[in-house]
Ligand binder design. Structure first.
Ligand SMILES: Cc1ncc(COP(=O)(O)O)c(C=O)c1O
Length: 392
């Protein structure tokens, strides 16, 4: 029997879109249902003591709806094993406790999602895990932040949130491995459609599946994907021992979103490119931050490791914080809100919203910065909305 959440040889060979629709999706053996049912059950009948059917014992340990999602995301990331969690932060916390112990050290991005930073600073540090923020766009700085012998993880986001910096995954994997550490890549912003870090040498991929993977802003979730089976065993143990798993309804919604990831991502990228062009020519905008722009410092690396440049766009306005806040409050198609990666466009002020928890630290973001998650609406409506909100 294949391990739960593992990838079969057949799905490994298929194209991305085929894997998104078929990996983990064998028709139900009892009824032939094309979509795996939502297994709303906490426990499973055993055929005699210890006689489990296909490895299912109790739904914290495994549930078939969750297994289907785990197989699919593992196949899309070109990994061996996938693990689903109740949120991105639950996935991160489980990973930290699977890989680190008190006294260890990790290198983290100096431009990380605020909640990730808070996890390291307010939860992991008091527990005994030290960290050093480093710019993941600068491999020399990352190398300098490593403490040989105690650094267990080099953790990167790429593109970073919200400054859209690009980390060179292949180079950083070499640096981490040379120091005996693992490279963990938070692939939330790119999604597995645009970038597969495991194929570039990363050891673990992290997702907030709340974002592009789920894709419809209707479910919170997280995932980890690995290739190494020893690592997979450690995560399996901690996933069950800590218990931060999604229920079957959430696993179903996330998996349903994953099936359309490719078509959604292409439209997110098309619309983002049009928004970038519009903002680049707008007099109220002082800087557009997008890895697809030739003057973006990570442009060449992004071109090598990403299929396209993504749906996230950040920009700075000439009128400072006051104008940035006004822009965020005036849009009508872009919804003012946290999160990203859903079909609907969102706008936010990172300094006062997603990144408020890093104010006053090395990770503080510019006050005149606005972040867009460009959705898949009619692009002309998005451009008109931005024009209005910028006072055009
Ligand atoms: C890049 C990134 N990683 C992790 C997380 C945390 O995920 P969740 O909100 O699902 O716990 C987020 C949330 O915004 C994020 O943007």
């Amino acid at each position: 029997m294949a391990r739960l959440g593992s990838v079969t040889e057949q799905t490994q060979k298929a194209g991305f879109e085929t894997r998104a629709i078929h990996a983990g999706q064998e028709p139900d053996p009892t009824t032939g249902a094309v979509v795996p049912p939502i297994y709303a059950t906490s426990t499973y009948k055993q055929d005699g003591v210890g006689g489990m059917r296909n490895g299912y014992e109790y739904s914290r340990s495994a549930n078939p709806t969750r297994t289907a999602l785990e197989e699919c995301i593992a196949a899309l990331e070109e990994g061996e094993r996938g693990f689903a969690f109740a949120s991105g932060l639950a996935a991160e916390d489980t990973l930290l406790r699977s890989l680190c112990k008190p006294g260890d050290h990790v290198v983290i991005p100096d431009d990380a999602y605020g909640g990730t930073y808070r996890l390291f600073k307010k939860v992991a540090e008091p527990w005994g895990l030290a960290h050093t923020p480093a710019p993941v766009t600068d491999p020399v700085a990352v190398q300098a932040a490593i403490r040989p012998g105690t650094t267990r993880i080099v953790w990167v986001e790429t593109p970073t949130n919200p400054m859209l910096g690009i980390a060179d995954i292949e180079t950083l994997a070499g640096i981490a491995h040379e120091a005996g550490a693992l490279l963990v890549v938070d692939n939330t912003f790119a999604s597995p459609y645009l970038q597969q870090p495991l194929t570039l040498g990363a050891d673990v991929v992290v997702h907030s599946t709340t974002k592009y993977v789920g894709g419809h802003s209707d479910v919170v979730g997280g995932a980890l994907v690995v290739r190494d089976l020893d690592l997979a065993e450690r995560i399996t143990f901690h996933q069950n021992a800590l218990g931060a798993v999604p229920g079957p309804f959430d696993a179903f919604l996330t998996h349903r979103g994953l099936k359309t990831l490719a078509v959604r991502m292409d439209r997110h990228c098309d619309n983002a490119e049009a928004v970038v062009e519009f903002l680049s020519n707008h007099p109220a905008v002082s800087q557009v931050v997008y890895p697809g722009l030739p003057d973006h410092p990570g442009h060449a690396v992004a071109g090598r490791q990403m299929k396209r440049y993504g749906g996230m766009v950040s920009f700075r306005v000439g009128g400072g914080e006051e104008q940035a806040l006004r822009v965020c409050e005036r849009t009508r198609v872009f919804t003012l809100g946290e999160s990203l990666g859903g079909v609907e466009s969102l706008i936010e002020h990172p300094g006062r919203m997603t990144h408020a928890s890093v104010a006053g630290t090395d990770l503080e973001v510019p006050a005149d910065l606005v972040r867009l998650s460009v959705g898949i609406e009619t692009v002309d409506d998005l451009l008109a909305d931005l024009d209005f909100s910028l006072g055009g």
